[in-house]
Design a binder for this molecule. Structure first.
Ligand SMILES: C[S@@+](CC[C@H](N)C(=O)[O-])C[C@H]1O[C@@H](n2cnc3c(N)ncnc32)[C@H](O)[C@@H]1O
Length: 479
């Protein structure tokens, strides 16, 4: 980046480039004093600034719009759950003489929690939601807006926030201790990939790293983590998966950092008070020039990111300066459709060594994972931490393996005609059947009558008609 055009925003201390074309970035300014984000000088993509978090998704504002839709969908779902609890309470009141006290207490707690969460989300996600009202709930459901391609949603890692800042001291300490064992000394300029709730980034910034850049794809955890690390407590409700007692079904939490991060290197500081830079980005298309970091940390990440382990290793190699270190931590539980990609730890270590690193130094320890004291669920895992030092360039440049480069051209460029692929035609047909069947439900017809009509139109065979329609309607009732 040209020094004269460096943005005066959260990204000042970090060399950044466009995640899409790797061109230079410049500050885009609404007024002469307030930068609203970054702009690529080559491909003109815009990257908005959300408070102290810079949004550097590969498609810039278009990717952010998808997260905005997901946030609207979550709000609508929450409202739906609130209405269901309100209704359940009304139903209980109608049977006034036999209200089970514990059930009433649980439902009231949930009611308070859902209503409170709507407020909290409105506050936390305000920078994402600021662009007007959302779409219809049915449209979101039809377009499958809620999840990323690997089925993760805005809330998939919300529990990590409570582990990081409320009840997870043992888990947090184990992570930082195991990393310190495999990588003693200063870590220098450090990138945390898949930073989640941000506690490890905070611990590293408070200790062995001179400056930390925390990257995640999820705006819920990133906005919360950035606020907490800037000494602004975040209010959220926790809904444990398997609550122990009625008062555990919804817990009002205030998430805050144990102390302010000591500022040891103010010139490295991105935001002024903490040496952590928060970026919303896709780890498969990162906005950094090669060799930008002394250390890359991947906590609970390598088996979650939607890349092959070889692509991840090559990418981490490219991000590191010569002699830089890769620190990996967590479980090893790859779940790829291709069995060859589902590596165990020894295979992962061999692969790392083949991608321009020394043989990793590994330690293993048993430990808890997301063991909330208010939930009956909780995992206990054989954790590992490894450190591997870059001693050569990786055989394959990571940039060829980014998400965007593997997408067909008509997905990358919205002006190109979409091909009539069989998948789309099959889905169109299925949707028509779906819509026709539902249009026959008019409050008058029985399943038999609906089956007769579908049979006459030769959409369904005689002996399958009733069970198929019954099964379909039963599933819809359960959803
Ligand atoms: C299992 S969580 C671990 C979070 C955190 N490191 C921790 O230890 O609690 C995996 C994290 O990776 C993030 N993630 C998944 N795919 C990503 C991608 N393509 N780019 C950036 N972050 C991603 C998720 O949003 C999530 O926060």
């Amino acid at each position: 980046m040209n020094a004269s055009t460096q943005p005066s925003s959260a990204t000042t201390a970090l060399p950044l480039c466009c995640p899409s074309c790797h061109g230079d970035l410049t500050a885009s300014e609404a007024s002469s004093t307030q930068p609203t984000g970054l702009l690529c000088r080559s491909c003109t993509l815009e990257f908005p600034l959300l408070g102290e978090v810079t949004c550097l998704y590969p498609k810039g504002a278009a990717d952010l719009a998808l997260w905005q839709a997901r946030a609207h969908k979550e709000q609508q779902d929450l409202l739906h759950k609130l209405q269901a609890v309100n209704q359940a309470l009304v139903n209980l009141e109608l049977k006034a003489d036999s209200i089970p006290t514990a059930t009433k207490e649980r439902l009231q707690q949930l009611e308070e929690g859902y209503a409170g969460q709507l407020d909290c989300l409105g506050e936390l996600l305000a920078p994402v939601l600021s662009d007007g009202a959302g779409s219809d709930r049915a449209t979101y459901a039809a377009l499958n807006t809620q999840a990323l391609s690997n089925n993760t949603t805005l809330f998939s890692y919300a529990t990590n926030l409570f582990r990081d800042w409320v009840w997870g001291e043992a888990e947090n300490n184990q992570a930082i201790d195991m990393l310190a064992q495999v990588a003693p000394g200063s870590l220098g300029r450090t990138l945390v990939l898949g930073a989640g709730g941000g506690r490890l980034a905070w611990d590293l910034a408070s200790g062995s790293a001179t400056a930390v850049c925390a990257v995640d794809i999820n705006p819920l955890t990133s906005l919360a983590a950035a606020a907490i690390c800037n000494d602004r407590p975040v209010r959220l409700w926790e809904f444990p998966l398997a609550p122990v007692k009625p008062s555990d079904v919804a817990l009002h939490r205030e998430l805050l950092a144990p102390t302010s991060i000591p500022i040891s290197a103010p010139n490295e500081s991105a935001i002024g008070r903490t040496p952590i830079t928060w970026l919303l980005a896709d780890a498969r298309a990162l906005p950094f020039p090669p060799g930008s970091f002394d250390t890359v940390v991947t906590p609970w990440f390598t088996d979650v990111v939607q890349s092959s382990p070889a692509a991840t290793a090559a990418q981490v190699n490219g991000l590191l300066a010569p002699e830089g270190r890769w620190l990996n931590f967590g479980s090893v539980a790859f779940a790829d459709a291709d069995p060859a990609q589902c590596l165990l730890l020894p295979e992962l270590c061999d692969l790392v060594a083949a991608q321009g690193f020394t043989e990793p130094t590994v330690i293993e320890q048993r430990g808890p994972y997301l063991c909330s004291p208010h939930s009956r669920y909780g995992r206990y895992e054989l954790l590992h931490a490894f450190s591997a030092t870059k001693n050569a360039s990786a055989p394959h440049a990571s940039r060829k393996t980014t998400a965007q480069n593997t997408q067909p051209i008509w997905l990358q460029n919205s002006a190109i005609p979409v091909p009539a692929l069989t998948q789309f035609q099959d889905q169109a047909m299925a949707t028509q059947v779906h819509a026709y069947l539902l249009s026959l439900i008019d409050g008058e017809r029985s399943i038999n009558e609906i089956a007769d009509i579908l049979q006459q139109r030769q959409l369904i065979s005689a002996h399958e008609a009733r069970p198929l329609i019954q099964g379909f309607l039963e599933k819809m009732l359960l959803e």
